[in-house]
Structures are given as structure tokens and as C-alpha cells.
Ligand binder design. Structure first.
Ligand code: ADP
Ligand code: MG
Length: 250
């Protein structure tokens, strides 16, 4: 099967900091793939490369079989219609209502008229369990609810793929669990391909069909969460057993 996103020999440095040193990874259509790695290992960089927020130094990235490496900004805009990137904490606009926040991508890309905007916003808020909150301000919401508004906004333009960057970081375990279940639900309901970047082992077991472990600039392990649990890869073992991994330079 043709991968939805494929990284081939991807390299990326910032000055002397060789972050990605030949990453190979294929994300299958419809799957939920967790990218696990220590802080500073290059997880966010990987996501940003897939939507053109960063440019690689070498290697190729393919989206649905099309090489996107070297795309122009206009071409990246097309890719970003298919693939949505959900940032850490989803950065909502506090000056706008929940409705206007969720409606934002539709209005910005002029995808439909206001009647259709209202229909889709209502539908997506329902999917994330927040129907009736349209008129509230994000400031009135709890951290977990803000996260769900961000998810509603991420899916309102009906992307084929969602990239989640640390979706549960900073959340208490109960809220984190709600978010993880929601990620699964979106994958199943909408059939979206999901890539979830996290350093949270619990999340990996909850949301991953497969897990890819990024270490020292390469994929040190790719397999199912169950295989990860039984791995004899010493670094991944250590990571799973809770030894901290920080790849940032001191
Ligand atoms: N725009 C940038 N300019 C310089 N260095 C960067 C930039 N983005 C990321 N880095 C560096 O690349 C490394 C990986 O970053 P990142 O992908 O954000 O890590 P994480 O795995 O925690 O998401 C870090 O050392 C970070 O400082
Ligand atoms: Mg990051």
C-alpha cells in the first residue's frame, strides 16, 4: 500500500546540531502512528518537515506518493489542506468565541458560505463533545476543553491526516486520557491518518497502532506498541521503563 507520508533518508541540521541523520519512516493511510523520542530528539522537526514549515538538508519526503521536497509555498498550501498540524496547546485566539475559533480555517480558506460554516462548526464541536459552547470564550474553558476546541478546529476543514504535537503534555492523567480517546475516535470516525508525537509512554499504548522511536537522529525502532513493550533495544527499554532521555545539548 502506498504510504500517506514517507520519509526517505531525511537529514536536518541547525548549525552544528545534527538533529535528523537519515530518517526513514512510512506512515500508512488510516493508521495511528506514534513518534516517540526524548526531549530535543527532533520529533517536532519531523512534523514541520512534512508540511513545509522547515526544509530538509537532504533526503526526500513523499505525500501520497508525490515528492514534496523542494515544493514552493503555493504547493505547500495544497499539502496543508490535506495535512493539519495541531500544535502543543493548540493556541486558540482568546479574543474570539469558540465558534469563531473553530470556523477560522473555513473562513480563511473561503471553503464555504456562512450557513455551511455554521453547520460544520456545530458538527465538529459535537464530535469532540462540546456542543453548545459556541458563544463561550476560550478563556472560560478548562485546559482539556481548550484542547478539544483546538481539535474541532483541526478537523473542521476535513483533513486527510492530522499531526499531533504533544497533544497530552501538561494535562492531568484523566484529561490526557480523554484526549487520547478522542484522537482514536477521530481516526475511526473520519478515517484520518494520525501521527502523534509524544514522550508519554501511556499515550503510546493508548493511541498507537504502531510506534516509531526516534533516537540520535534515526528511527531506532518501528513496530507495534506490544512489540515495543517486549523490545530488547536497550534505549527504548530504558525509555519505556522511565529513565529520562534528553537529547538537548548541555
Ligand atoms: N528553528 C530552529 N532553529 C534552531 N534549532 C532548532 C530549530 N527547531 C528545532 N531546533 C533544534 O532541533 C532539536 C530538535 O528540536 P525538536 O524537534 O523541537 O525536538 P522535540 O523532539 O523535543 O520536539 C533541538 O535541539 C532544537 O533546539
Ligand atoms: Mg517538540
Amino acid at each position: 500500500m502506498q504510504p500517506f507520508i514517507e520519509y526517505k533518508g531525511i537529514r536536518k541540521s541547525f548549525g552544528d546540531n545534527k538533529v535528523l541523520r537519515g530518517v526513514d519512516l512510512a506512515v500508512a493511510p488510516g493508521e495511528s502512528l506514534v513518534i516517540l523520542g526524548g526531549s530535543g530528539s527532533g520529533k517536532s522537526v519531523m512534523l514541520k518537515l512534512a508540511i513545509g514549515l522547515l526544509e530538509s538538508d537532504g533526503g526526500s519526503i513523499f505525500v501520497e506518493g508525490q515528492e514534496v521536497t523542494g515544493y514552493t509555498e503555493a504547493e505547500w498550501m495544497e499539502v496543508r489542506r490535506k495535512i493539519t498540524y495541531v500544535f502543543q496547546w493548540g493556541a486558540l485566539f482568546d479574543s474570539m468565541s469558540v465558534f469563531d475559533n473553530v470556523a477560522f480555517p473555513l473562513r480563511e480558506q473561503r471553503l464555504c458560505d456562512e450557513k455551511e460554516v455554521a453547520r460544520r462548526v456545530g458538527e465538529k464541536l459535537e464530535v469532540v463533545g462540546l456542543q453548545g459552547t459556541e458563544r463561550l470564550s476560550p478563556a472560560d474553558l478548562s485546559g482539556g476543553m481548550r484542547k478539544r476546541v483546538a481539535l474541532a478546529r483541526a478537523i473542521v476543514a476535513e483533513p486527510r491526516c492530522i499531526l499531533y504535537d504533544e497533544p497530552t503534555s501538561g494535562l492531568d492523567p484523566v484529561t490526557a486520557d480523554t484526549i487520547n480517546r478522542l484522537i482514536r475516535r477521530l481516526q475511526k470516525m473520519l478515517g484520518v491518518t494520525s501521527v502523534i508525537v509524544t514522550h508519554d509512554i501511556q499515550s503510546m499504548f493508548r493511541v498507537g497502532d504502531r510506534v516509531a522511536f526516534l533516537y540520535e537522529g534515526r528511527m531506532a525502532f518501528v513496530g507495534t506498541p506490544e512489540e515495543a513493550r517486549k523490545t530488547d533495544n536497550p534505549v527504548l527499554r530504558g525509555f519505556i521503563e522511565g529513565r529520562s532521555l534528553d537529547e538537548r545539548e548541555p
